[in-house]
Ligand binder design. Structure first.
Ligand code: BES
Ligand code: MN
Ligand code: MN
Length: 458
């Protein structure tokens, strides 16, 4: 629509300046020293919603970081879009690998570099500016609600309860999330699925104290070796997870759906070069896109124990630790897989060690049906602004609250993401291409319009 274009062209530099202000707030949810910054950032999001035209915007305290809620109800008879996003970011370290400060946003070659630029402040900001565009040009077609949380990157430990307790406040016709990637600016795509997550930590204890590895070595089971063996036993030679029952609830995808997903272009040589590996690995019988999209996995996220300092120390350690997470696919349930994983680790432990294992966080997998009006409105919106029908994809990552939105609010969730896999999410030098940022702001009002139209026809 020309009025949208005109408004956005006229204000694009201001939009970017405002986003950069937001990116300067180091809202790292995982670190307690950033607690004041989390409050500052929540305040900034609230102010941005009000400035953009929200009728009201509120900050809800939680046991962790605050949740920002805002809304504009133009007509209760019109459909309501609930926009979800997160203002928290991952820790920026290792700092020495950044070319510029993680919280000192800079634009270089059309890219905005800063922690949170793509994940997820930049994408949240697209929604606020798209909303502003519709408010200021008098073209809102739907009621809009925003829920922007500060704990996504630590597993959304307080949001589930909030959504359940506040279901009437959050009542809507669709949840719209921009916190995923697309293939490229030339090849738009929409994630129609997200994997779930089960995240645990395990401690293996051998002797009651660190021992001299010469005096005792050979007679005592080494907990680091033992944990390594336990972990190694959890995959078989075919790249499958070797835990009884792990695949029990996995729904095999029908051939037609696998063929549809295989439409996504994939360059294996470029993929390997980009990651610096000579060969790929994974579950036999599945392509790389399937391994990261429609299949469940188990990964060690970190493992430590014994002496890791400078030089050498001949020690037989008392303890070994690992953080382990599984990505889940329909119809696996996070609670069930977490239990399975914890019990399996306790069971396979040899008698010369003890095992303590506990859950960190989790979330269930989610699928957006491609034949739903929610998906069709998103697809048509992207087609309008990109000139190409987007390819439906399965995202490998997780947004823990997604499945709970569907369950509690009884609506579909659409993942209209504008990032790229190459945005360095959670890594040094995170960036967001400005072209994607502006394309997002341009596309979102079309989603509102098409969703309202399709909803009225239903
Ligand atoms: N935005 C990501 C999830 C994502 C990224 C999905 C790219 C699809 C494509 C989100 O912020 C994230 O990082 N989620 C975490 C979950 C968590 C910390 C509980 C993840 O997937 O590891
Ligand atoms: Mn995110
Ligand atoms: Mn993230």
């Amino acid at each position: 629509m020309q009025v949208w274009k005109d408004y956005q062209d006229k204000n694009k530099d201001r939009f970017l300046g405002e986003l950069m202000t937001l990116l300067r707030i180091p809202s790292v949810s995982a670190r307690s020293e950033h607690k004041p910054d989390m409050k500052t950032c929540a305040e900034a999001v609230r102010a941005a919603l009000l400035e953009a035209g929200a009728d009201k915007a509120t900050i809800f305290a939680t046991d962790g970081h605050p949740i920002v809620y805002g809304e504009k109800i133009i007509d209760p008879a019109k459909p309501t879009i609930l926009v979800y996003g997160h203002y928290d970011v991952q820790p920026p370290d290792p700092l020495e690998l950044w070319h510029s400060g993680p919280f000192e946003p800079v634009v270089k070659d059309g890219r905005l570099y800063a922690r949170g630029s793509a994940d997820d402040k930049g994408q949240v900001h697209m929604h606020i500016k798209a909303f502003e565009t519709m408010v200021r040009t008098g073209t809102l077609t739907c009621n809009v609600k925003f829920i922007i949380e500060g704990e996504e990157e630590v597993g959304s430990p307080n949001l589930g309860k909030f959504v359940e307790n506040r279901a009437p406040l959050l009542a809507c016709d669709v949840v719209l999330i921009s916190d995923t990637s697309m293939l490229s600016l030339e090849t738009p795509s929409i994630d129609v699925g997200l994997r779930g997550l089960s995240y645990i930590e395990v401690t293996v204890t051998g002797p009651n104290r660190d021992l001299h590895s010469g005096v005792y070595g050979g007679a005592i089971g080494n907990p680091v070796t033992t944990l390594a063996e336990m972990i190694a036993s959890m995959h078989d030679a075919h790249g499958r997870v070797n835990i009884p029952g792990f695949y029990e609830d996995v729904k095999e995808l029908p051939g037609a759906e696998r063929a549809e997903l295989a439409r996504a272009p994939f360059d294996e040589a470029a993929y390997k070069t980009d990651l610096g590996v000579a060969a790929l690995w994974g579950e036999e019988g599945y392509s790389t896109n399937e391994r990261t999209g429609i299949r469940p996995t188990l990964e060690v996220n970190g493992m430590w124990g014994g002496y890791t300092g400078e030089g050498a120390k001949t020690v037989l350690p008392s303890k070994a630790y690992a953080k382990i997470s599984c990505r889940l696919v329909p119809d696996q349930k996070s609670a069930k897989i977490t239990e399975l994983l914890l019990n399996h680790l306790r069971k396979i432990a040899p008698p010369y060690v003890t095992v303590e294992a506990h859950e960190h966080h989790g979330g269930d997998p989610y699928i957006t049906p491609v034949d739903s009006i929610e998906y069709k409105a998103a697809s048509k919106a992207m087609e309008t602004t990109f000139g190409k029908t987007p390819i439906p994809m399965r995202g490998g990552g997780s947004i823990p609250i997604t499945a709970l939105f569907e369950k509690t609010l009884q609506v579909k969730v659409v993942l209209l993401g504008f990032g790229l896999d190459s945005d360095n999410l959670h890594s040094p030098n995170e960036k967001f291409d400005l072209a994607n940022y502006y394309k997002g702001i341009e596309t979102i009002p079309w989603f509102h319009q098409y969703f309202a139209e399709m909803k009225a026809q239903k």
